[in-house]
Design a protein around this ligand. Structure first.
Ligand SMILES: Cc1cc2nc3c(=O)[nH]c(=O)nc-3n(C[C@H](O)[C@H](O)[C@H](O)COP(=O)(O)OP(=O)(O)OC[C@H]3O[C@@H](n4cnc5c(N)ncnc54)[C@H](O)[C@@H]3O)c2cc1C
Length: 377
């Protein structure tokens, strides 16, 4: 059985990121490293947006950033300066090329194209199979998917399903200095539905619809919503769709596996998506950079602090039960608080004082009752 020091199962965002952080922290010298994924990731399959204070590890591949965002509900809007945060967008094309470049620099690296199966640990070694052959490793990071059936999850659970277009318009319609973070000007139909618009120039932008609900739409239904939104709020003129993007992120406080001895679960399958927003990129990088810094020690490094998971369970339950409309909750958070307080909170890096200040601006009765219910649960 071939033996490795470090195995990484799944070479998407989380798998490439853990190798990136281990390699840049100088932890892989002299190590035999195995990366298992059926494909070498490249090209456009998603974009990652996130906000961050100052410069981050992937600054040189940030495709576009914004210092201002707008939020709309049916009859009102607010525009916020994000300082000291910046809203950033990284395209998968640049991320995969950059991260794979660093990973290719690992001297002891073997890439094994295939699906990892039968992943097990006895506490000392992790074993798994690829194409019928057995392998073992001293430590393994797994970002293999952890599919959930929402009907069987006891914790609050909402899918965030989305579809969007990279558009080029015939006229100048976008303000490239300002992103639209959430635009709720569409019938909510008892769900939380919003668009976001990330403009690169006056004529080029990503326009996406995101829906928090366990009922998904057909492709043409998302497309109808996008068509209507662009016509009603951006341009009656022509535009070309350059690319499309679609996906689903489970938003839940379900306890994803985190670690079994020397088998560490990372990425979406390790619960890296923020339950109340679906944002994953920033929290994941923070977690993986901290894990890499401590390597070869392996400790539990949760992506999101426990008390944030409790806040998220509260918010998700409110949205799930439609106790308050999502547009009111999100737009009011930004309207009634300085943006840096909201963004620090959503990144899981707020102080208790900031969280209390934030809570004083939400409808107290509904939040307090739901919060108490989640604590008791
Ligand atoms: C379209 C889209 C847009 C998103 N946008 C954002 C965003 O703007 N901001 C944000 O913070 N988050 C975003 N997310 C959420 C999250 O950041 C991404 O889903 C991210 O790619 C998750 O990383 P991951 O490594 O867990 O999964 P992936 O990146 O999907 O990687 C999993 C890898 O595992 C491999 N694999 C699967 N099964 C096996 C197996 N048995 N053996 C070996 N390999 C296997 C796959 O080939 C894949 O390469 C988005 C998600 C999607 C789908």
């Amino acid at each position: 059985m071939k033996t490795y020091d470090v195995a990484v199962l799944g070479g998407g965002l989380a798998g490439l990121s853990i190798l990136y952080h281990l390699q840049t922290a100088g932890k892989l010298a002299g190590k035999q490293v195995l990366l298992v994924d059926p494909e070498r990731k490249s090209g456009h399959d998603r974009t990652w947006s996130f906000w961050e204070r100052g410069e981050g590890p992937f600054e040189e591949i940030v495709y576009k950033h914004w210092n201002q965002v707008t939020l709309h509900n049916t009859n009102d809007h607010c525009t916020c300066d994000l300082a000291p945060y910046t809203y950033k967008l990284i395209r998968s094309t640049e991320f995969y090329a950059y991260a794979n470049g660093v990973v290719d620099g690992i001297n002891g690296l073997t890439r094994l194209p295939g699906l990892a199966t039968d992943v097990k640990t006895d506490g000392k070694e992790v074993t798994f199979r690829v194409a019928g052959k057995a392998y073992r490793s001293g430590v393994a990071y797994s970002s293999l998917p952890h599919p959930l059936d929402h009907r069987e999850v006891k914790q609050p659970y909402l899918d965030q399903h989305f579809r969007g277009w990279y558009v080029e318009t015939e006229e100048d319609v976008f303000d490239p200095e300002r992103a639209t973070l959430m635009d709720f000007r569409t019938p909510q139909l008892g769900e939380t539905r919003f668009f976001y618009v990330l403009p690169f120039t006056a004529r080029r932008a990503v326009v996406e619809i995101a829906i928090f609900s366990n009922d998904h739409l057909r492709t043409e239904q998302y497309d109808d919503l996008l068509t209507t939104y662009i016509r009603e709020h951006w341009t009656g003129g022509g535009y070309r769709i350059e690319q499309t993007e679609a996906g689903n992120i489970p938003m839940t406080t379900y306890p994803f596996p985190q670690r079994q001895g020397n088998l560490i679960y990372i990425g979406l399958g390790g619960g890296a998506a923020r339950p109340s927003t679906g944002y994953t990129f920033y929290g994941l990088q923070r977690q993986l950079a901290a894990m890499a810094a401590r390597f070869p020690q392996i400790g539990l490094e949760p992506v999101w602090p426990n008390r944030h998971l409790l806040y998220d369970a509260t918010l998700l339950r409110i949205l799930e039960k439609n106790s308050l409309p999502g547009d009111q909750v999100f737009v009011n958070l930004f309207r009634k608080n300085p943006a840096d307080r909201v963004l620090a909170f959503l990144n899981g890096e707020s102080s208790l004082w900031q969280e209390l200040a934030l809570m004083s601006t939400v409808p107290t009765v509904t939040f307090a009752a739901t919060f108490t219910g989640e604590v008791l649960r």
